[in-house]
Write a protein that binds this ligand. Sequence first.
Ligand code: BG6
Length: 489
Amino acid sequence: MTSQTIPVDPFDLIVFGGTGDLSERKLLPALYQRQKAGQFSEPTRIIAASRSALSDEAYRDFAGRAIREHVAAEEIDEEELRTFLARLAYVQVDARSGDGFERLKEATEGSRAVRVFYLAVAPALFGDIAGNLAAHGLAGDGARIVVEKPIGRDLASANALNDAIGRVFDEHQIFRIDHYLGKETVQNLMVLRFANALYEPLWNSAHIDHVQITVAETVGLEDRVSYYDTAGALRDMVQNHMLQLLCLTAMEPPSSMDADAVRDEKLKILRSLKRIEGAEAQKLTVRGQYRAGASDGGAVKGYTQELGRDSDTETFVAIKAEIANWRWAGVPFYLRTGKRLAERVSEICIQFKPVPHSIFGDSTGTVMANQLVIRLQPDEGVKQWLMIKDPGPGGMRLRHVPLDMSFADAFDVRNPDAYERLIMDVVRGNQTLFMRRDEVEAAWNWIDPIHAAWDDNRQPAQGYTAGTWGPSGAIALIERDGRTWHESG
Ligand code: BG6
């Protein structure tokens, strides 16, 4: 048995929003995969709760379709799928009025399994659901609650949401998902840094010139008009995923993998980020919005055409961030993320400083500085760029080549979806990969002044053609410093 298949205790998972998009695309497929991997113990039950009137049978049909659509055909085992669907039940609830919570109580009463409430619903319902769970005696000590982003749109609204949940659940029962933390390569960042002696002595401003974090997507608005246009890329991607990647790259070594040991270190980084405010935002940040262009081999509309009205919401953001502490003083962290970019790629690029003196003459080729590229998706892997001698007797010629570790080549296993890991961690009660309340607050504390500065400066979103690497301002942001964005490949 591999560590992937160590069974967890039996659990009752109650999914609010059980018929929604997240359940369909992510939660049901992830749960099916975990059962198939042998991770469930009996009796484990999954109860979907939502407003529609559905029978258990109708919900099982829905779930079966979702799994067939979102799990690769070769991964579907008919017997396994039947067993999985048999553990599903459906309860009609109304989060606002509280109708149906008594039925939920009856459905779970007497169970000794770990009880998890997963709120795959709009954040506006978090407070009502938590209140109704408490009112119906469902939120006891052993219960856990899982919430998804967006946790607020600024510090004040995040606090209101956290307060509403916090009135019913203690912090150790609250699991705030940032699905980037469930990605294999993101966890691997901690292993790379802290299970190898090689990097840590060099991991500081004496040896690192700068860091780049890119999360580029080729998709556009998709079907998320109402949410995305009120959020924009800074709230949607930077406040959570990008800052979490920055934290794991920059944090001090925690003393253990204990949840608070890791989260304490991340928090220190968030609190050390130099505030970007006022006129400085014009120098240190770039907002962009895609125009019509070509993506994934076809012509695509611009953002406002997709939206059907005018909007200044940013679909791209680049930021030059700095961490004001001893380790990182003077080392820029360049962040960029956007929709409808040239390629789907997420990576962290650590650019080391050049050697202090080259003993090789001009004719041998330039001595390039080392670079470590951690590729989160797709083609997960790590590339360590080094200088080597070009083989052959024709004199001393130098070349920059990667030590290339592609995970797909190195390990012959399916790369599990982030949700598989995260849901099992909730059942295990392990909060290491979940955001603590103070982390969410510190992240908003850094993001809010940027939004305020954008408003004050009336900093418009610069247009970029879909299928390119973003607005020219993003290139200027880094080139002004004599650096360039890392080209993936
Ligand atoms: C979500 C954002 O949190 O992450 C989306 O709301 C984005 O806008 C998505 O597309 C990206 O996730 P992934 O796992 O596809 O990189």
